[in-house]
Design a protein around this ligand. Structure first.
Ligand code: 3PG
Ligand code: MG
Length: 419
């Protein structure tokens, strides 16, 4: 790795400012906020344990949700601190602020191996603005900066980027944590020269989210399998009708360009040949975001490339499942990002789960390397209880996508070069 990592530093007696991504899902239960998926906390433990072993004084900073510069009590990191203490098996101090006197005082009395978690950095609007004065304030408790927040590394915010610049300017070290290192290894180096066949599975709602990733992977992959609603923008580009399926009509040119590039490069680029469709009916009920809940009626398999006017495509069909599973079974390297359908509804989950099983199988039986690019595909694998049967699951959503697009992540760029 081109950047300094926590393995290269000696934190003994130093105050180590560690940026972690503890942006975990929380749910209110009996008036208490409860963490519903603690993966992102668990994944930072190796870094924290190593720094504790080195005798560093740990000051952890993170964001939670998008409070937009306000003190939103439901987005406090306090419950995360409690859970972290359980997982670490040692006390984790908590200060209800991330800058100021109280923080500096508490950080000042830390002993080697002590851990302090600061309150949500996004309670200040200066965090997302990457305000230099705010970064200076955060940096007051930092002798060394460590970034283990891969999931937030695409953000050039004060705690992910600004503090590193301040520490570096003073001649301090800025290092990647072990999780950050692993993420960059699997999503980066491992895909540079993949063992072949290299099969890429891409799904999700929008072509626009994935177009740069598709373009880049067309230079590397042997096979690309397309699923999810974005398949319908491809169908539209091919002149088929798409009914009420989610489409991006202004992205058909992009879809056509991808199909042409695949042909030119000799990449096998597969679209679903059948799908599961249903008629969407708006109900009076509202979901968590205040949008009407859609009821799906008359669920059925469709083998016509055209979708009826009153129906929407919601999952890949059985023939596509079979074909995609066969392709996956031949792979030596797999990258998967995005579900094949609306898997949260079990009537539309089979495509995603079948692909998950195929990926897990080829990993376990043939020693293929399977890399899951974060977000919904990770959720789906965990739901199918196959999370531990793949090689690597990213903790990043947007960050993984940007990294797979070939972009430099702001939080990584700010770290010290290793020489
Ligand atoms: C995430 O959950 O994607 C990261 O923690 C970044 O959060 P953000 O999208 O609110 O910047
Ligand atoms: Mg995000």
């Amino acid at each position: 790795m081109a950047k300094l990592t926590v393995r290269d530093i000696n934190a003994r007696g130093k105050r180590v400012f560690v940026r972690v991504d503890y942006n975990v899902p929380l749910e209110e239960k009996d008036g208490k906020m409860v963490i519903t998926d603690e993966t992102r906390i668990v994944e930072t433990l190796p870094t924290l344990k190593l720094l504790i072993e080195q005798g560093g004084k740990l000051i952890l900073a993170a964001h939670l949700g998008r409070p937009k510069g306000k003190r939103e009590p439901s987005m406090s990191l306090r419950p995360v601190g409690e859970r972290l203490a359980d997982l670490l098996g040692r006390p984790v101090a908590f200060v209800d602020d991330c800058i100021g006197e109280k923080v500096e005082k508490t950080a000042g009395v830390l002993q080697p191996g002590d851990v302090l978690l600061l309150e949500n950095v996004r309670y200040y609007k200066e965090e997302e603005e990457n305000d230099p004065a705010f970064a200076e304030k955060l940096a007051r408790v930092a002798d060394i900066y460590v970034n283990d927040a891969f999931g937030a590394a695409h953000r050039a915010h004060a705690s992910t980027e600004g503090v590193a610049r301040v520490v570096a300017k003073r001649g301090g070290q800025c290092a990647a944590g072990l999780l950050m290192e692993r993420e960059l290894k699997f999503l980066g180096e491992e895909l540079e020269n993949p063992a072949r066949p290299f099969v890429v599975i891409l799904g999700g709602a929008k072509v626009s989210d994935k177009i740069q990733v598709i373009d880049r992977l067309l230079d590397k992959a042997d096979t690309i399998l397309i699923g999810g609603a974005m398949a319908y923008t491809f169908r539209l580009a091919q002149g088929y009708s798409t009914g009420k399926s989610l489409i991006e009509p202004d992205k058909t040119d992009v879809a056509k360009a991808a199909l042409q590039k695949a042909k030119k490069k000799g990449v096998k680029f597969l679209l679903p040949t059948d799908d599961v469709i249903a008629e969407p009916i708006k109900t009076d009920k509202l979901d968590k975001k205040g949008k009407p809940v859609i009821d799906y009626q008359n669920v059925r398999t469709n083998t016509d490339p055209n979708c009826p006017d009153n129906a929407a495509g919601l999952d890949i069909g059985p023939a596509t499942v079979k074909k995609y599973s066969e392709e996956v079974a031949t792979a030596k390297t797999i990258l998967w990002n995005g579900p094949m359908g609306l898997f949260e509804d079990k009537r539309f989950a089979e495509g995603t789960f079948a692909v998950a099983r195929a990926v897990a199988d080829v990993t376990q039986k043939n020693g293929a390397k399977s890399i899951i690019g974060g977000g919904d595909s990770v959720k789906a694998l965990n739901k199918a209880k196959l999370g531990d049967k793949v090689t690597f699951m990213s903790t990043g959503g947007g960050a993984s996508l940007e990294f797979l697009e070939g972009k430099e992540l702001a939080g990584v760029a700010a770290l010290t070069e290793r020489n």
